[in-house]
Design a protein around this ligand. Structure first.
Ligand code: HEC
Ligand code: HEC
Length: 235
């Protein structure tokens, strides 16, 4: 599945969205401020955002819309400012894709600004002070699983060396294996690396290291697929 946010924050689209928000008549201008703490409560309200969206900090597990941690993880890594993400969320609240199932203007005015501020601050966040729910991890999304299953102790997201290869730039790259083969790190390869870690071994690494923590088929296929999506976002 290609999540809309993957496309959303490329510079051009972002600029377009900002323009859209800026010029939208009657519904308010570009977000300034917004109370994230208040936004969290609104996000979690009955029939609100959390009923359709997974967000680890909010402990919401909705499956109808995209997982918002995964949706904004890559954008945060790419250094997009919170205020820019806030405006994207605000635009989404006002102008969701027609027919997608996300109702427009579910929240309005300062409530909308508060929710947008909250999502911008706490989606894909590791800030346990501002986003206290983050520490609990989970939410069922790839980012939560990366933390809760312990992948983060061996795989970095910033390219730095660790016990295992970094996830940064992994998707689509050429991986040399101890068998002498070179494979492309596509969906199938990543899925297999998680479901059956010792089946192929990356050149320069030892078998049995990952399986000391993650045994064959320990991770469910559904969770493995979420992890693959998460890894794909680490560009
Ligand atoms: C009834 C289900 C539903 C509710 C309630 C809902 N959404 Fe959504 N949301 C969706 C669907 C479906 C999509 C994907 C379609 C689209 O991009 O418009 C989506 C997309 C999004 C996106 C874009 C994610 C991406 O990957 O680009 C954001 C951000 C978002 N919603 C935020 C919110 C917020 C904030 C609220 C609460 C005010 C909310 N949603 C309420 C169903 C919902
Ligand atoms: C104890 C350390 C350790 C843990 C925990 C761990 N891994 Fe690994 N992982 C490794 C090592 C070492 C390799 C390289 C050897 C190999 O190919 O198995 C590896 C390889 C991989 C690869 C292939 C990487 C490449 O460059 O081709 C993927 C994908 C992967 N791990 C995903 C995960 C996921 C997802 C988790 C959490 C569910 C996880 N790993 C947990 C150590 C670990």
């Amino acid at each position: 599945m290609i999540l809309p946010a993957r496309r959303a924050l490329t510079g051009a689209v972002l600029a377009g969205l900002l323009l859209l928000v800026g010029t939208a008549c009657g519904t308010g201008g570009v977000a300034e401020g917004g109370n994230a703490g208040q936004g969290r409560k609104i996000f979690q309200g009955k029939g609100r955002c959390g009923s359709c969206h997974t967000l680890a900090d909010a402990a919401s597990k909705g499956q109808i819309g995209p997982n918002l941690d995964d949706a904004f993880a890559a954008d945060k890594d790419d250094g997009f400012k919170e205020s820019a993400i806030q405006n994207v969320v605000l635009a989404q609240i006002r102008f969701p894709t027609k027919g997608s199932g996300m109702p427009a203007n579910l929240v309005r005015g300062s409530d909308a600004e508060d929710v947008a501020a909250y999502v911008a601050k706490c989606a894909a966040s590791t800030d346990k002070t501002a986003c206290p729910g983050t520490a609990a991890g989970g939410g069922g999304g790839g980012k939560g699983l990366y933390a809760s299953l312990g992948c983060q102790s061996c795989h970095s997201l910033d390219g730095s060396a660790s016990t295992g290869p970094t996830f940064k730039g992994l998707f689509g790259s050429k991986v040399k294996l101890t068998s002498g083969q070179t494979v492309t790190a596509d969906d199938a390869y990543l899925l297999e690396s998680i479901l059956d870690p010792d089946k192929t071994i990356v050149a320069g690494y030892e078998p049995g290291v990952m399986t000391s923590v993650i045994q064959k088929n320990q991770v469910s296929e559904a969770d493995a697929k979420k992890l693959v999506q998460f890894i794909k976002g680490q560009k």
